[in-house]
Design a protein around this ligand. Structure first.
Ligand code: HEC
Ligand code: HEC
Length: 317
């Protein structure tokens, strides 16, 4: 869809904003598995898998659409590094060296650098890097065009899987939102969200192999996203947790055939452009919103408030 990453500067900018869009979930819902009974664990997930989803997947995802790539898919990176470093120890060393200090000298993928620019510098905990590099060596990644590659994160137990799916979808939506704001301005981005928000979450549903991915709210913009009475209760609980400074505890309910997972969506600075207070939203943007959403309720938010929830339905295997 987008092919706007020609040099590192815009990539870095996008990345920073992406972190803005994504940071709350990276910080808040990392610890979700402790109270889950052991029988639900299908097989032990690699400790680097969650880290990879949180920090790397938004750029190194497996989108089959070449035009919309902003970095090489992880499959390609693994192949290239295996060719150069067939032994695990050297492989891991090289991934850590590059990730902690990306530059042209220690890079192997010249073509990718030409196409996307050098990967932006970010800092990670040493231990996390070790897990990440180990996972990139051990992980079973598939070619992006491999149609059988469905159901990302299927091996995770349901709460972790819900966490993983919501995070990946958030990164994808955030990336698309930023690109739309950059290319079309905030007003144009409202129309973009109107046309594409639901189709993006739907394509993530297919990619992640879950039954549905939705965002629901007690004060919805699109009436399709209106939370049910029961869901509003969960939203209120998340609001209380936020107020008390407690860690969020995502909800996991058994629906019989399937499980449903809910986790909070928290606002940051960026959201104010379209969900903020009356004087924060520019008149043109406001006008566009009222044309498209005559029943809009999703205004008046400030930073760090509960805007709604992720709702992920997963079939039981
Ligand atoms: C903001 C987007 C972005 C994120 C996030 C990102 N990368 Fe990258 N990465 C790139 C781009 C673009 C390239 C290709 C250009 C290059 O090689 O520098 C790349 C290339 C790489 C390469 C191959 C480097 C080479 O050329 O030899 C490795 C290894 C890598 N990334 C690891 C990671 C890991 C691990 C993470 C998560 C901790 C991560 N990346 C997160 C954008 C990103
Ligand atoms: C460019 C304007 C724009 C920005 C910026 C924006 N949104 Fe939205 N948001 C929309 C539009 C338009 C919709 C309705 C999408 C639809 O029709 O499905 C929406 C819908 C939502 C929904 C689904 C529930 C509902 O109200 O329909 C959530 C949740 C949401 N936004 C959260 C956020 C968060 C969190 C941020 C900041 C990270 C954000 N939005 C930033 C325009 C925006």
């Amino acid at each position: 869809m987008y092919n706007f990453m020609k040099s590192t500067a815009p990539l870095t900018a996008i990345f920073l904003i992406l972190v803005l869009v994504s940071c709350d979930s990276i910080q808040s819902d990392e610890t979700v598995s402790s109270e889950t009974p052991a029988k639900e664990i299908i097989s032990e997930p690699h400790p680097g898998e969650n880290l990879f989803m949180a920090y790397c997947y938004s750029c190194h995802n497996n989108t089959p659409d070449k035009e919309s790539r902003i970095a090489p898919p992880i499959f390609a990176i693994q192949q290239r590094y295996l060719k150069e470093y067939p032994e695990k120890e050297k492989f891991v060393e090289a991934i850590i060296a590059f990730t902690s200090n990306p530059n042209e000298e220690n890079a192997l993928m010249r073509e990718a650098i030409q196409k996307f620019g050098v990967m932006p510098q970010m800092s990670y905990a040493k231990e996390d890097l070790q897990h990440l590099a180990d996972y990139i060596f051990e992980g079973k990644f598939t070619h992006p065009l491999d149609e059988t590659q469905k159901g990302n994160g299927e091996r995770l137990e349901p709460k972790q899987r819900g966490n993983f799916v919501s995070k990946a979808t958030k990164a994808n939506l955030g990336q698309n939102l930023m690109a739309a704001i950059k290319n079309k301005g905030t007003e144009g981005a409202v129309s973009f969200c109107n046309v594409h928000a639901l189709s993006i979450t739907d394509s993530m549903r297919q990619e992640m192999g879950v039954e549905s991915i939705e965002r629901v709210s007690d004060k919805a913009r699109n009436p399709k996203n209106k939370a049910s009475v029961e869901e509003v209760e969960y939203i209120n609980t998340f609001k209380q947790q936020l107020e008390k400074g407690e860690e969020f505890s995502p909800v996991l309910n058994d629906l019989g055939e399937a499980m449903v997972y809910y986790s909070p969506i928290v606002t940051n600075k960026l959201c104010g452009q379209c969900h903020g207070t009356a004087d924060e939203i520019k008149p043109k943007v406001k006008a566009r919103i009222s044309t498209l959403y005559p029943e809009d309720q999703a205004k008046g938010y400030s930073e760090n408030q509960i805007r709604g929830m992720w709702k992920i339905v997963m079939a039981k295997n």
